[in-house]
Ligand binder design. Structure first.
Ligand code: NAD
Length: 234
């Protein structure tokens, strides 16, 4: 079977969860990357059976999550983490949650993955602190790149950095039609972030596709009342 890493699951309402279920139903092994501040409640809920109903697969069995990794996709590596975040008690209890460290952990645990799913969006804190513009677009592009893409893929300035390469065959992310049309209310830099994501997807599909035979796609999903959607008042 295939092994999938889905980044961006912290409850059972979002696209990441639904994609994980589809992959599990198709026989894939499921690894999850969960935003550090949401990790505790997600793991506790999982353990206490709060998601059991939504874990049911078409054959009646329950989706198994093989391992949950703490992740903050805003930070590439430990050098990028500011002191206040390091000291924050929601972060201090976990380790190895920068993108590179998470990739290294997955590599150590499992060697390779076949499928990377990028289902990252804004966290509620980022919205309320007005940071959304600064932080979101960065997540989209750099995450896949650092996590999996071969250093030849793109862009040149990342090559000088230490990068763990997990072997991978395919990646998908989630985009939205507001990248190309005005969707009232889809604000806060999200529409431009999605336009960038689609552009990055084309570039990476070309570069990584030609050089490494990696498929890179983004799915333009319909509106869904997820936590992320509610956080931007959408
Ligand atoms: P969601 O809240 O279920 O998923 C977003 C996840 O990203 C959350 O689990 C959150 O904790 C996590 N996250 C936020 N910041 C992070 C960080 N720095 N590091 C690691 N994880 C972080 O919401 P969703 O709507 O399912 O979003 C998934 C994807 O689908 C997003 O890219 C979103 O833009 C896209 N999308 C959503 C809609 C919609 O209407 N909900 C429509 C089209 C596309």
């Amino acid at each position: 079977g295939k092994r999938a890493f889905i980044a961006g699951i912290a409850d059972d309402n979002g696209y990441g969860w639904a994609i994980a279920k589809s992959l599990a139903a198709a026989g894939a092994e499921i690894l999850v990357g969960t935003w550090v501040p949401a990790l505790n409640i997600f793991e506790t809920s999982l353990r206490r059976g709060k998601f059991d109903q939504s874990r049911v697969l078409p054959d009646g069995s329950l989706m198994e999550i093989k391992k949950v990794y703490p992740l903050d996709a805003v930070f590439d590596s430990p050098e990028d983490v500011p002191e206040d975040v390091k000291a924050n008690k929601r972060y201090a209890g976990s380790s190895n949650w920068t993108v590179q460290e998470a990739a290294e952990c997955v590599k150590k645990d499992f060697g390779t993955i076949d499928i990377l799913v990028h289902s990252l969006a804004n966290g509620p804190e980022q919205t309320s602190s007005g940071d959304i513009k600064k932080r979101l677009p960065r997540c989209y592009f750099c995450f896949e790149l650092l996590f999996c893409f071969p250093s030849q893929a793109f862009p040149a300035n990342y090559e000088s950095r230490h990068v763990t390469k997990l072997h991978m065959c395919a990646s998908i992310s989630l985009t939205y039609i507001a990248s190309e049309r005005i969707i009232p209310g889809y604000g806060g830099g999200m529409s431009s972030a999605k336009a960038a994501l689609e552009s990055d997807t084309r570039v990476l599909a070309f570069e990584a596709g030609r050089k490494q035979n990696i498929r890179v796609n983004t799915i333009s999903a319909g509106p869904l009342g997820s936590r992320a959607a509610k956080a931007i008042g959408f």
